[in-house]
Write a protein that binds this ligand. Structure first.
Ligand code: F6P
Length: 354
């Protein structure tokens, strides 16, 4: 190929800039010109009043001084219409009008769905995995996960200080959508007492027992890491909670973290507070690991296109860069039950075989 496109799409992830940089510089080293599309697939649909707001020519200098910045210089967005074939077709047509022969799509699940569509409709596309959720099964790590993890760990360290001082339980809610990877890794790295995740059924009553057991065993504070999607695997339903805890303010189907804290406090008899880390996990300077992963995967993606190869998702396994058919990249999940078990055992709240 002689000319390729690049875009970042979906939720931003620290390290996206490093990936864009690697794509552009590797493309230039392989004599390919590069067009950067803005705001993910929206740029390819060319909806702005001026084309310079949709796409621009990139050269080695366009990506100077960005490797250490969070966010993405190409900006990003979710483009729901892009799940429909008519919009994917429109994007392929626009790309061809710009003489673009292939594209690197940097993002998570939704981004890969779009890339798969482009590829099927005749524009070779390669996916580079960037999401803090680490929810793409074919790769051990996605770009941004390590930074989000370190951000969460630093925040929990601070929360532990105040928790110890007040002898409180803290619920700390981390992002991750339907995936508990970020929660389990955060819990392990912080020595949290429990991780509550969508992949493992859990019960509020048992969680209360866990907290009580921790207090009895002499713990001054306890940290419970909640994945944002954890309610999906809670065994009690809202009707049960309303019936058994009439004093609680449960007035919606989706419980907030502070409602969980109220319930844990009621069940365990121990003072409990909640903190939601939210978007702090998506920002900030990427860690060295994320920069390196982004550089390796971005460069590999550009090289695939230079050889005329599309329809692949690039990832990492056993510290080696791999590529798989993009349609396989979205199957299954990454959840590791061994990691999960370790949280309970090393948090000293559960016996090994329980
Ligand atoms: O996929 C990344 C992520 O940050 C998830 O962890 C979270 O559920 C979601 O994006 C939030 O999406 P939005 O940026 O659209 O609010």
């Amino acid at each position: 190929m002689k000319r390729i496109g690049v875009l970042t799409s979906g939720g931003d992830a620290p390290g996206m800039n490093a990936a864009v940089r690697a794509v552009v510089r590797t493309a230039r080293a392989n004599n390919m010109s590069v067009v950067g599309f803005k705001r993910g697939y929206n740029g390819m649909l060319m909806r702005s009043l001026s084309s310079s707001d949709d796409y621009f020519e990139m050269n080695s200098r366009s990506v100077s001084g960005i490797i250490h910045h969070g966010g993405t210089v190409l900006m990003t967005a979710r483009c729901m219409e892009f799940y429909k074939e008519e919009f994917q077709r429109m994007a392929v047509r626009n790309a061809k009008a710009l003489d673009i022969e292939g594209i690197v799509c940097i993002g998570g699940n939704g981004t890969f769905k779009g890339a798969e569509g482009l590829n099927r409709l005749g524009l070779p596309a390669v996916g580079v995995p960037a999401t803090i959720d680490n929810d793409l099964c074919y790769t051990e790590f996605t770009i941004g996960f390590d930074t989000a993890l370190n951000t969460a760990v630093e925040a929990v360290n601070r929360i532990r200080d105040t928790g110890d001082a007040h002898e409180r339980v803290f619920i700390v809610t981390v992002m991750g959508r339907d995936c508990g990877d970020l929660a389990v890794h955060t819990a392990l790295a912080c020595g949290a007492e429990a991780a509550i995740v969508p992949e493992v059924p859990w019960s509020i009553e048992k969680l209360g027992d866990t907290v009580h057991r921790g207090v009895v065993s002499g713990k001054r504070s306890m940290i419970l890491i909640f994945a944002e999607g954890a309610q999906a695997s809670m065994q009690e339903d809202i009707a049960y909670l309303k019936e058994h805890y009439p004093k609680l303010h449960v007035n919606a189907d989706k419980l907030s973290s502070s409602q969980f804290a109220e319930i844990v406090e009621a069940v365990s008899g121990h003072e409990t507070r909640a903190t939601v880390l939210g978007y702090t996990q998506r920002g900030g300077s990427p860690t060295a690991n994320d920069r390196i992963l982004a550089t390796r995967t971005g460069a590999y993606a550009a090289k695939l296109l230079a050889q005329g190869i599309g329809g692949r998702a690039v990832g990492v396994k056993g510290n080696r860069i791999i590529d798989v058919p993009i349609e396989d990249a979205m199957k299954g999940d990454n959840f590791d039950p061994e990691f999960y078990e370790l949280v309970g055992v090393t948090g000293y709240t559960r016996k090994a075989k329980e």
